[in-house]
Design a protein around this ligand. Sequence first.
Ligand SMILES: [Zn+2]
Length: 73
Amino acid sequence: MVSQDLLDILRCPACVREKDGMLDLVKGTWLVCRDCGRKYPISDDIPVMLIDEGDKWVTVAVDDLPVPPPPIA
Ligand SMILES: [Zn+2]
């Protein structure tokens, strides 16, 4: 599990400069940005906070996110 303390301080790297970039934990393994809809996978308990990674999932509906997330290339 990712600690709540860590989740509390994480923000979307694409939004944080101009907005809040608050993230919602979805399915226990995805972090979804409330501002831009990018979705960041949590891989092996490590949140992958890469804008490129978030971009891959921006058009995927939350309900369609795979669990567990696919391996990060
Ligand atoms: Zn964002």
